[in-house]
Ligand binder design. Structure first.
Ligand code: ADP
Length: 459
């Protein structure tokens, strides 16, 4: 009923001029009926009626089409944000034009809004440190951010539209993506990218579905966990090394005590010998634990900002360090020379820096021949203050130098143990120097000796 009224409202204005024309023709015809023949008048009237009927039918079709167009346009525009239809105030043709204009305006607004949202989305994705890539259901790349290009080491960022297999040569990643697309749940896994230096990535895959819940692809997020992986490896190695280092003296002590208990204590000579060995191993155990505690205190101090630096003279500190090693130096009849300007001042933590220098002098004495010499010098140049400890001992082969400052790294394990070394002296020295914002390095030649240099920043 409503629909019929609406159609009438549209086609009535179109039909009106035709009806008026018909009435005009009819009036003229009637008025001129005195001069024209009756058959002519009948023909004119029939033609006029046919014209009116044809116009009526044409207009009716036009009106119906216009109504359909309008209904369609209204369906697009008259849904407000809450999903309810808006009330229509007017059904005329004029309102169709208004509605079409409204649609055009709304489309423009929505296009601008979408463009802005897309830009915001692109900015967020491209500024993420996590790698993000999106593939379609056929594993073709739809989108990839800069971080993913960098993490995956892609030389050509122009990979959109190509399959994952073509662009990234990593079977673990392919498996993870396929699993994500097949399972439909979030899939997590770690992958290794081999290269000059291996990279470790944590990968999270999430399936993407459209409104009808059909799979349209997968979102893959990549996190660089190389640093964490290395730290974890260092921690594992450290725990294994500490256990091993502690186990050796404990096994020895246990063995000698058991031998004594088995009856060896009855022989005074054996008893004394075994107890001396057990005491030596206990000292070794103690030295390792003390060095471990020193290391951990330095690390904690650095983390908590508790290592306080002050302006202090270096000469007194270096002299004190030599005195600490006096027993060993004298035992090996080593000649020590010290060269340091009395007024050379550095920003240091004196007890800690003394410990670092003691460790270097102790090594120089340990790995130096009897009757040899150790030269200790401190100088300031335009860039830094350097403290060097030089010996003329056995020297260190080049392949050991890169790992020399690692915890428990020893060139000659047997010699280190025989000399009472813990394998932690250089690691402690390195951590102390780092806590001062400095660096430590070594220069060594086999059979000629080694020079260790601590460089402290000028403040
Ligand atoms: P250790 O307690 O075994 O001496 P360090 O960390 O102090 O442990 O030193 C690590 C290793 O570096 C030593 O075991 C030794 O092989 C080597 N080393 C250190 N200093 C010297 C040196 N002056 N001359 C020769 N080798 C050295």
């Amino acid at each position: 009923m409503n629909h019929t009224r609406s159609i009438w409202r549209i086609y009535f204005p179109l039909l009106l001029p035709v009806v008026l024309l018909f009435l005009t023709v009819l009036s003229i015809t009637v008025l001129s009926s005195q001069v024209l023949s009756t058959s002519f008048i009948v023909i004119v009237v029939i033609l006029a009626v046919v014209a009116v009927v044809a116009t009526y039918l044409f207009t009716r079709r036009l009106a119906t089409s216009l109504m359909q167009i309008r209904a369609g346009v209204e369906r697009i525009t008259q849904i407000d944000d809450s999903g309810r239809a808006k009330a229509t105030s007017d059904d005329s043709i004029a309102s169709l034009a208004v509605t079409v204009n409204d649609v055009a305006r709304q489309l423009q607004e929505r296009a601008a809004e979408l463009a802005q949202r897309r830009q915001e989305h692109d900015t967020i994705v491209s500024s993420m440190i996590e790698g993000v890539l999106v593939v379609d259901a056929d594993e073709k790349l739809i989108s990839i951010n800069q971080a993913a290009v960098r993490l995956l080491g892609l030389e050509n960022a122009n990979v959109i539209g190509r399959t994952l297999q073509e662009t990234i040569r990593n079977s673990d990643l392919h498996r993870l993506v396929t699993k994500t697309l097949n399972l439909g749940t979030t899939v997590e896994g770690d992958i290794t990218l081999s290269g000059t230096e291996d990279r470790y990535l944590q990968v999270t895959g999430t399936m993407l579905r459209n409104a009808s819940r059909n799979t349209i692809g997968a979102l893959i997020v990549l996190n660089d966990i190389t640093r964490l992986h290395k730290l974890e490896q260092v921690r594992r190695d450290f725990v294994a090394n500490v256990s091993h280092e502690l186990k050796t003296p404990i096994t020895s002590i246990k063995g000698y005590i058991e031998t004594l208990l088995d009856g060896a204590f009855r022989d005074p000579d054996d008893a004394e010998r075994f107890l001396k060995i057990a005491a030596k191993q206990a000292n070794r155990l103690n030295a390792i634990i003390e060095d471990l505690l020193k290391l951990s205190r330095i690390e904690q101090g650095v983390e908590r900002g508790e290592i306080l630096l002050e302006q202090a003279a270096l000469k007194g500190l270096l002299t004190a360090a030599v005195s600490v090693c006096e027993t060993q130096i004298t035992a090996k009849n080593i000649h020590v020379s010290l060269s340091c300007p009395a007024d050379l001042i550095a920003r240091i933590n004196p007890p800690l820096l003394e410990q670092a220098v003691v460790n270097l002098i102790d090594n120089a004495a340990k790995y130096n021949d009897s009757g040899s010499a150790i030269e200790i010098a401190a100088i300031q140049d335009s860039n830094a203050i350097s403290i060097t400890v030089r010996d003329h001992g056995i020297g260190i082969a080049p392949e050991h130098l890169p790992r020399l400052f690692e915890r428990f790294y020893r060139v000659d394990k047997a010699r280190s143990r025989a000399e009472g070394g813990t394998g932690l002296g250089l690691a402690i020295a390195k951590h102390i120097v780092l806590a001062h914002g400095g660096t430590i390095s070594v220069d060594s030649r086999m059979g000629e000796g080694s020079t260790f240099t601590i460089s402290l920043p000028l403040r």
